[in-house]
Design a protein around this ligand. Structure first.
Ligand code: HEC
Ligand code: HEC
Ligand code: HEC
Ligand code: HEC
Ligand code: HEC
Length: 365
């Protein structure tokens, strides 16, 4: 009995000092925790992301049970289960650059989290509780953890680059890259665009008007939050007209090679709808000039994806008439329709449909 008690005591002590109970975060950061719960970071695992699972199911390493994806998709543990948690970001102290993919260096200091806040760039705030004789208490900082605001990575977006920078396959071919330039500027970077400040308090303890969005706006969660960074324009020409896509984004508009971006345009003339040719933008990896699955790829087969900060002009031969309206829609398929069947995802209606990123209707004078 005594031995049994000792084991329990010892293990609770051990877990209190080496593991953090992520459920606790919810108590003092309920809005952020709720957003995180629906984010693609929280759902990056095989259990929760059907697209990730579909790729893993046909991956050659699956037979060997060598889940190398964990490094970025589920870097932490909750109990014995691998997961993406708050600490997958807030415990990052450094990013090591490597050829195959970068590596996050995580802090081993118990209950010390790293973050950013304007005006506190030089501070590391430990919880302080000053209690008087009569039991009235006054606190500064968080009662649960120390916050270190001194790491520049949290101000520039570099903290995202341990996982998002680039990835090579086993053949040494670089499958995807997110330009470093998006993680340099303190005014505009990965964080300011993908975690915009929205209404609601960051904690229940110290009330703030706004907090950084922890759903991480992207293709799968709140894509409309990002549409202001893409502008559509139309220019009439002597013969025909042009549609101009202007991107203010410092990386390829869609970074993941499985995606397909598409521009759809329709002329509305009286009660007639005249659809125009669709324009498709992709970055396709493959081998011997043909598309292939990622682990077999050795070259970029096609890349007409909208580039960083590019202004792309797309000419149309059809002449416009006064009174015409032109409906222009820029949207995407999460998985290139040519790949959907291979991944056995046809039944997943939400994952195979076309989704609008931004659209505009032009009135022709
Ligand atoms: C007992 C309440 C409490 C719990 C539990 C708690 N926090 Fe906090 N946390 C706070 C408070 C209060 C602040 C703000 C402190 C300040 O502004 O001085 C804070 C601030 C933070 C910040 C820094 C925010 C910034 O200003 O940029 C991070 C990151 C953070 N918490 C993460 C977590 C994580 C992760 C967990 C769970 C493992 C957690 N917190 C659990 C109370 C708590
Ligand atoms: C170096 C970090 C890293 C590793 C290792 C990694 N991934 Fe990813 N993965 C990412 C990032 C970052 C994204 C999101 C990037 C984007 O959308 O451009 C992502 C996105 C994906 C997506 C798209 C998910 C969706 O919901 O549409 C798939 C599929 C995927 N990864 C499969 C895998 C598989 C399978 C493995 C292991 C064989 C793997 N990844 C290993 C970082 C990584
Ligand atoms: C100026 C704003 C802006 C900045 C800065 C920015 N992005 Fe983006 N990002 C976008 C837009 C717009 C899209 C495309 C629309 C969407 O995904 O909803 C996008 C798409 C993405 C996607 C989803 C791509 C996909 O195929 O699913 C990822 C992942 C991403 N960005 C990561 C990053 C990272 C990491 C950084 C920092 C290095 C960064 N972004 C910097 C605006 C920005
Ligand atoms: C993908 C990385 C990532 C994950 C996962 C993440 N955060 Fe954050 N968090 C950040 C970054 C970056 C900031 C700094 C935003 C800024 O510039 O204010 C931040 C800011 C915060 C803040 C301060 C918000 C504000 O606007 O003052 C709190 C509190 C916080 N995080 C708590 C959490 C909690 C709790 C979780 C898990 C439920 C979590 N974070 C998960 C990256 C992350
Ligand atoms: C520990 C690794 C890791 C870190 C750190 C990380 N991410 Fe991610 N991120 C991922 C993975 C993996 C995915 C793909 C998840 C999936 O779809 O299965 C992803 C997906 C995304 C997406 C796509 C969401 C969507 O709706 O399609 C965005 C946007 C994003 N991350 C932004 C960020 C930003 C901004 C930061 C820095 C504050 C960051 N990430 C830090 C691993 C990471």
């Amino acid at each position: 009995m005594k031995k049994f008690l000792f084991v329990i005591l010892f293990s609770t002590l051990l877990s209190a000092s080496t593991q953090v109970d992520v459920k606790a975060c919810k108590k003092c950061h309920p809005i952020i925790a709720k957003e995180f719960a629906i984010s693609m970071h929280k759902r990056a695992s095989i259990d929760e992301d059907k697209i990730h699972k579909a790729f893993w199911n046909i991956h050659p390493l699956k037979a060997k049970n060598n889940y190398i994806c964990a490094k970025c998709h589920t870097p932490d543990y909750v109990g014995k289960k691998r997961a993406f948690t708050c600490l997958s970001c807030h415990a990052i102290i450094d990013i090591q650059k490597h050829k195959k993919s970068n590596k996050n260096i995580y802090s081993k200091k118990p209950k010390t989290f790293y973050s950013a806040q304007k005006g506190k760039e030089n501070q590391s705030i430990k919880f302080k509780l000053t209690s008087s004789w009569l039991g009235t208490k006054k606190s500064t900082g968080s009662a649960y953890h120390t916050i270190d605001y001194t790491h520049e990575n949290f101000y520039t977006g570099e903290v995202c680059m341990g996982c998002h920078s680039h990835k090579q396959n086993g053949k040494g071919f670089t499958l995807c890259v997110t330009d470093e330039s998006g993680a340099k500027d303190k005014k505009e970077n990965c964080i300011t665009c993908h975690m915009p400040k929205i209404d609601g308090s960051a904690t229940t303890v110290r009330i703030t008007k706004k907090h950084a969005f922890h759903g991480f706006a992207g293709l799968r969660v709140s894509p409309k939050m990002l549409s202001k960074y893409i502008t559509l324009d139309l220019q009439k020409r002597e013969k025909g007209f042009e549609i101009i896509i202007k991107s203010d984004v410092p990386h390829l508009l869609l970074t993941h090679p499985a995606r397909l971006l598409q521009l759809k345009s329709v002329i509305i003339r009286g009660d007639k709808r005249i659809p125009l040719k669709k324009e498709t933008f992709v970055k396709i990896n493959g081998t011997n000039k043909r598309a292939s699955l990622p682990w077999l790829a050795t070259e970029v087969v096609k890349n007409n994806m909208i580039k960083a900060k590019e202004k792309r002009v797309i000419p149309f031969k059809t002449s416009l008439k006064s009174g015409d309206r032109v409906e222009v829609t820029l949207g995407f398929y999460l998985i290139n329709p040519k790949l959907q069947k291979k991944l056995h995802l046809m039944q997943e209606k939400e994952l195979v449909k076309f989704t609008t990123l931004t659209s505009h209707e032009f009135f022709i004078k």
